[in-house]
Design a protein around this ligand. Sequence first.
Ligand code: S3P
Length: 452
Amino acid sequence: MSHSAQNLHFVAQPSSRAVGDIIVPGDKSVSHRSIMFGALAQGTTHISGFLPGQDCLATMNAFKTMGIEIEGPDSHNNVTVHGKGLYGLTAPKETLNVGNSGTSIRLLSGILAGQKFSSTMLGDSSLNKRPMRRVVDPLKQMNANIQASDAGTPPIVCEGLADNQTLKAIDYHLPMASAQVKSCILLAGMYAKGITKVTEPGITRDHTERMLQAFGYPITVEKNIDDCVEKTRISIEGGHPLTACDIQVPGDISSATFFMVAGLIAKEGELIIRNVGMNPTRIGAINILQQMQGNLTIINERMAGGEPVADIVVKSSALQGIDIKAQDVPLAIDEFPAIFIAAACATGITRLREAEELRVKESDRIQAMADGLTTLGINCTVYDDGIDIIGGQLTSGTVNSFDDHRIAMSFAISALRAQGEVIILDCDNVATSFPSFVSLANQVGLSIIAKA
Ligand code: S3P
């Protein structure tokens, strides 16, 4: 992908304030799914608030390569998808390169598994190291002719189904809490004979289920309490049509979290973050930051396009270290790098466990954050499934982002409370999820320069 060519680094200076009234860009998970369902629906889908980040553009390009006409995003982030129905995709003439995007490769695997044509997907150097057996194995159980490399990583090669072959429904218990794996199986389930069932071990984001319903596809969602843990089982029968609809993408709570943390840790912090998606499966960061005594107030709660949204008022706060509750982990899974910066600025120890999934994100986020925090003078102890962070004074120094957008943005925010300059290496991938991050951060009083 072209975005890796610039070799940007950020130079972030300490600053005393994070003040302003901002809107964060559209939700990444919802934007991906709006393109996928729009492409597979009958009719024209209009999307507003689409995230023009590299990851979502990679999904868009993959569908264009498979014959779907898509207009936009225009300057207002509107996108129009001319859907061709469940069986309207055409064979891609080239390998589908989805860059840095785990959501693209894992969800597309479920769709491609149900096609009659062959396809190959791969990504950038970070994605090409990430685990794919978690999707390939259940898809094989569904009779898909799909394979990852011997190491279980991309490329994912999918041989088309023979004319007399169809996917078969399975009853699958997810071995880990993963919305990407759940979504992959549900998407394949649309092409399978029979009723596919997916049970998740904990709550994960439910945008796929919501969007299936918005596009008129029948699913059943059952919630049971098992061993004191709420388990959700989703059932989907193959062969129903998707009907085009209009999608309003809410602001991304994952992007908003950088500004929540900035407003909380700044000496002078008063931010209003507007139109943030408040889906109950995504609000772990708010729960955790409030438990840390963060002054976050949720106002103007409303529904937009089938998802709850609200505005968040953030005020500078004396944060306290906490033991993070296991049930909040999947609900805050992408927000931990930013939460770790809050922990570094808190009084006392913050402990996180049962978060081993963080080790297989765009980077090993436990180690990447521990390395950078240590460079900046913060004491932390790493565990297989988590970390202890002792709040203290951030100093200054050069930290590695490990090409991970969320690590880069977290350390950029940390400079608010550092004693000197924080330089963050390899920041190109910030464009995957939050292309306007630096300008929005500077608008509210941070001091970040992106240098080639
Ligand atoms: C996502 C699910 C999560 C998350 C990722 C987006 C999605 O991944 O980390 O950024 O859109 O379904 P996992 O399913 O691997 O937890």
